[in-house]
Each structure stands twice: as C-alpha cells, then as structure tokens.
Design a protein around this ligand. Structure first.
Ligand code: GLU
Length: 188
C-alpha cells in the first residue's frame, strides 16, 4: 500500500500534487501518476520516479484546479504504465486507490457484462467503472453506493469531469486525512 493525494483549489494544483507524491516516496513505490480535470480528464503516469513524472507533467503542460495523484505498490497486476493509477472509466471518472478490493473479480465480471472495457489488470479499475455505472449526477452518492459493494481495505480519491470542482474520498481500514484550507482542500 502506498500513497494518494487529492486537491481542489482555485490555483493550478499540479505542483501540490507532485510535492505530495514526493513526500510519500519514502514509503516505497513501483509507479506513480497524476490526473487533472481540464476540459475533461488528463493524466500522466510513470513506472520510474516521481522526479520523472514531474518532468513529464512539465513537458505535457498538465495543469488544473482539481486533481488526484498516486504512488503505487502493485498488489494486482505488474508495475506497468497501464496498471499505474489514476484509472479512468470512459474518460469521465478518475480514481486513485490504496489497498485491495478483495471481491474485484466478481465486480469485474458484472461490469464486463454491463459493457465496460478493462485496460488494466488491477483490482482498482473496478472502482472507476462501478462509480461510472452508478453515477446519476452526484459523485458523493455514486461513491457511497460503490463502496457498499467493496470488501477489503482501501482509501480512494475520485473525481468526475461532470463536477469539475469536486474530489470525493472514502476509506475503510486504510488511513485518509482531509486538509481544509482557505478556498482549497486536500486529501492524503
Ligand atoms: N491494489 C491496487 C493496485 O495493485 C493498489 C495498490 C496500492 O495500494 O498502491 O493497483
């Protein structure tokens, strides 16, 4: 289990997300990534160090007011770019996750039958698709319904392109802290 960071602000949040990952590096990780909400979902992912991700983010001019980031310690699926978080569902929902969704195989079968296409070997990707499947205009409601289906220990941060200034966090068995600032809020 490694680290997640989430942020909503009225300034470019990418440097804060990357700094958050730097501070989580000591925990060890095999890959890392960051996603923002800017005219839709955009992300950068790396199987090297946070410093390389930071360079990639600069080159791609990734910026946004809302975002999530992750350092991964793989439990399901090799440490590859496709398995690195954030995971997306249909370019509408973005998720980072620490921990393990123990019943992911059952959920994956159900979601595949509902037409979702999986692009990773992770347990995490079921979270993105399940939230997408349940989303009816209120991200908090969809995440609440989704976590009722999970067994395992997890901390997650989720956002959707449809609600550009919102990140929803949830945890069970794993720690998650919320930082309330002036006009900007954080999760880690
Ligand atoms: N189980 C997830 C994965 O393998 C999350 C691992 C973690 O906590 O970093 O991608």
């Amino acid at each position: 289990m490694c680290g997640i960071v989430g942020a909503v602000a009225s300034r470019n949040i990418v440097p804060v997300l990357v700094e958050g990952l730097r501070r989580l590096e000591y925990r060890g990780y095999d890959s890392c990534g960051v996603a923002v909400n800017r005219n839709g979902l955009e992300r950068a992912r790396s199987t090297t160090r946070v410093a390389d991700l930071a360079a990639q983010v600069e080159t791609d001019h990734l910026d946004g007011l809302t975002g999530i980031a992750h350092t991964r310690w793989a439990t399901h699926g090799a440490p590859s770019t496709d398995n690195a978080h954030p995971h997306f569902s249909r370019d509408e929902i973005a998720v980072v996750h620490n921990g393990i969704i123990e019943n992911y195989e059952e959920l994956r079968t159900e979601l595949k039958a509902a037409g979702y296409v999986f692009t990773s070997q992770t347990d995490t990707e079921v979270i993105a698709h399940l939230v997408h499947h349940l989303y009816k205009g209120d991200l908090l409601a969809a995440v609440k319904q989704a976590i009722a289906r999970f067994s395992g220990a997890y901390a997650i941060a989720v956002f959707t392109k449809s609600e550009p200034h919102r990140v929803v966090g949830a945890r069970f068995g794993s720690p998650l802290v919320a930082g309330l600032g002036n006009g900007e809020n954080f999760l880690a």
